[in-house]
Design a binder for this molecule. Sequence first.
Ligand code: FE2
Length: 93
Amino acid sequence: MINSSSKSVTRDPDVTMRRILKVNHAGEFGAIRIYGAQILVARRLFPDIVPALEEMRRDEIDHCRLFREAMPARSATVVSWHSGASAVLCSAS
Ligand SMILES: [Fe+2]
């Protein structure tokens, strides 16, 4: 929180943790989608790397699940524009 009168910054550890969780969760969510797109292209152009990409995508799904599971205890909420998709993607296997 920025105090406009003094221009000093006050850091609340709980707020910082919530923000970190939200950003990290969004990053994992994005990584899942990036790998998904890369897998689609690689199936046509570079099929030999598809298994490695699929393994990396599975890792991101697990990371996403871990961040999502850590969020409620810290009152962090999933960014609304992808909350439904996140629930599906982060629990996909
Ligand atoms: Fe990750």
